[in-house]
Design a protein around this ligand. Structure first.
Ligand code: PLP
Length: 388
């Protein structure tokens, strides 16, 4: 067995976990078998498909109830949710925001929309997210207390916030990150775009951030076609998030008064109708995704040189995208694994190119990124749809 090439052993472990499924297996496929079409049809019948209608309110209430936050504000996508959250956090020109090097590009893009500069930080292998200890030691070295808060000694810019991404749905270690934010005077934003249905020490992710964001893009755990949400644990902040994402219009029966530069980031009602149907199915999606992860864990348990990524001990993860990590000794076979699995109709993907390697972010400040670089060489995402 073990003198079989590693790519063949990986292919057969995936096939074992997916036993009985034939045809092409995508990485993550949406599934609509509940009330989605009825709600969307109802929305069409009412003719309130756009910015007025009942489904946005209903979707927001369902999100707040499920995640346990006080307020959820539905918006057009996760990227705009991040942009609005950073704006509300006071991030702007001449600020820096700490962002993981290992994340989806939207996290760093949203920072630049505010005029601020992303400052890339390393991750830990246990969570794939921000490494709090390494970050603390780094901040001790490169920052000083400025008049305006935490200041980067080298660039002279204020470091205003950190965006912590829950990578592939696995919660980052929020307790030490929160402590670090208090110590250095940073605002915490949770990028929970991939993490609806994931829990940190018993509470849903997105409860610790000053604001947090979700995404309902087509490849996420639940989808509204395209969509996102801002989560707030404070009524006033929730109101502000709603205000700024709906053109900052002052309520008035007829006059158009806008009290700041706002954004047209509101989620259309027709997308929210789809979201209500998906929310009803979320618990069953999570159950199925966790069962699939369990089957992968079993199938990979005796494949030498490969580790199936499991949730950290403090977390109950949604396992949005399942991942395997090659050992250092076999990391050179990553392309062979990608090639053989994709040839056999099983969609697999490498992790995103690290942010500091993308042309537009190459000049941004960053700390030592050894763990992110190692994970980039070794990680492969494997099929994760709830219906598998
Ligand atoms: C999907 C995603 C986003 C952006 O969400 P969109 O709805 O696609 O704009 C942001 N951050 C992370 C980590 C994501 O995976």
């Amino acid at each position: 067995m073990s003198d079989q090439p590693i790519e063949e052993r990986i292919l057969s472990a995936i096939q074992t976990a997916l036993s009985g499924i034939d045809g092409r297996v995508p990485l993550h496929e949406p599934h609509f078998s509940g009330n989605e079409s009825a709600y969307v049809q109802d929305c069409l019948d009412s003719s309130f498909v756009s910015s007025i209608g009942k489904y946005v309110d209903r979707f927001e209430h369902m999100l707040a109830e499920y995640t346990g936050v006080q307020r959820a504000v539905a918006v057009v996508n996760g990227t705009s949710a991040l942009h609005a959250a950073l704006t509300i956090a006071g991030v702007g020109q001449n600020d820096e925001v700490l962002v993981p090097a290992l994340t989806f590009v939207a996290t760093a893009n949203a920072v630049t929309y505010t005029g601020a500069v992303p400052h890339f930080v390393d991750c830990e292998e246990k969570t794939l997210g921000v490494d709090p200890l390494k970050l603390e030691n780094y901040l001790k070295k490169v920052t000083r207390k400025g008049v305006d808060g935490c200041e980067n000694k080298f660039s002279g810019r204020r470091i205003r916030a950190i965006v912590a991404t829950h990578i592939f749905g696995h919660p980052v270690d929020l307790d030490p990150i929160e402590a670090l934010c208090r110590r250095f005077g940073l605002v915490l934003i949770e990028d929970a775009a991939e993490a609806i249905g994931s829990f940190y020490k018993g509470s849903h992710v997105g409860n610790r951030g000053f604001l947090s964001v979700l995404s309902f893009n087509g490849n996420k755990t639940i989808t509204t076609g395209g969509g996102g949400a801002i989560l707030a644990n404070d009524e006033a902040l929730g109101d502000l998030a709603k205000h700024i994402t709906t053109t900052a219009k002052v309520p008035h029966p007829w006059a158009y008064i806008h009290d700041r530069v706002g954004y047209n980031y509101r989620m259309p009602d027709i997308n929210a109708a789809l979201g209500c149907g998906q929310m009803e199915q979320l618990p069953s999606f999570i159950y199925k995704k966790r069962a699939l992860a369990h089957r992968y864990a079993e199938a990979f348990s005796d494949v030498q040189g490969v580790r199936f990524f499991k949730e950290p001990e403090f977390a109950d993860s949604n396992y949005w995208l399942n991942a395997i990590l090659l050992d250092d000794s076999v990391q050179g076979y990553r392309e062979d694994v990608l090639e053989l699995t994709n040839q056999n109709g099983i969609m697999t993907r490498p992790v995103w190119t690290l942010m500091h390697k993308l042309s537009m972010f190459r000049e941004c400040p960053s700390m030592d990124l050894a763990t992110s670089e190692s994970i980039e060489r070794r990680l492969i995402n494997i099929p994760s749809s709830p219906m598998l």
